[in-house]
Design a protein around this ligand. Sequence first.
Ligand code: LRH
Ligand code: MN
Ligand code: MN
Length: 386
Amino acid sequence: MATFDETILDNLEIELPSWAFGNSGTRFKVFGTPGTPRTIHEKIADAAKVNELTGLAPTVALHIPWDTVDDYRALAAYARDLGVGLGTVNSNTFQDDAYKFGSLTHTDKTVRQMAIDHHLACIEVMNATGSRDLKIWLADGTNYPGQGDIRGRQDRLAESLAAIYQHIGDDQRLVLEYKFFEPATYVTDVPDWGTSYAHVTALGERAMVCLDTGHHAPGTNIEFIVAQLLRLGKLGSFDFNSRFYADDDLIVGAADPFQLFRILFEVIRGGGLDTGSPVALMLDQCHNVEEKIPGQIRSVLNVEEMTARALLVDTEALTEAQSAGDVLGANAIVMDAFYTDVRPMLAERRVRRGLPADPMAAYAGSGHRERIVAERVGGTQSSWGA
Ligand code: LRH
Ligand code: MN
Ligand code: MN
């Protein structure tokens, strides 16, 4: 029977986004789900449930101001009591009227300073929670040729990022996420990995690129970007999700499991799952019509499963086939690993580690869903963006 390197699997940790537990939807309708958290505390409790059943998700990411509380130290202690930590702090400069024409790139210095100050407030949150990463994704961009000075916007962005980076602590990092379009439709100010790479390289060692798998044009070879950024030592983190059309934020591995396998193969190849690796894995998803806790369980299991399959690639035989110019032989080695059903091996491994063999079934049979539906009455269900 095929086996995989357990030390690499032991290193697998996938951060959950607090916002995945709130209601979300399209611009047409946000459907509510009974039992949806009303507070960040309930979101953290749901994330802790995912970790309890999978052993794969020890931290929860916050989005500020969506997850604003008075006392972040107390919030971190609350999370710790539930067996999880608070992870990446995501800034948000995409919902204030002031940012209509940009945030860190705005022509008006006052608006730029307001956006910089928001990031400094996020760093304060990180100092209180002990979080390592400040994740910046900007909605900045323009819709029409001539609307903005492309070059000037880049210059202002560089200046604003430098002002933020100055406040990043020795044990902290700034990760800059790119996205090729949306909400802007003509120019996006950080549209691709090259732009993110250029900015983080100018900033310094503690600035890295964040790769959101849903933020590329259809057909983009994402594993190439992964290999290149790892080679350059600048792949800081992943926002995992999957897509059919645009930034769909669907369950990772749902739309294209083979792509996820290929990405994870390059992550492993580049040392991204070695002990002490700088690569942080996170989900960035929404669950519009499916249940949220099982949706997150399914997601982390998909990542685990494709990691295990990627670990099955016989890399020695692959190198040999590649050097010999054995095109079909090399391809077959990769495909053999991809087509191997690792689910029985992973179930056995879970039992060995005191986890349920089938976390999806364990959740469905636990009565937890019924409990939260009964308990979480009154108040306002959290929804994407609040
Ligand atoms: C932007 C994005 C970014 C945001 C999140 C809610 O599309 O991927 O990471 O913080 O969605
Ligand atoms: Mn993202
Ligand atoms: Mn996105």
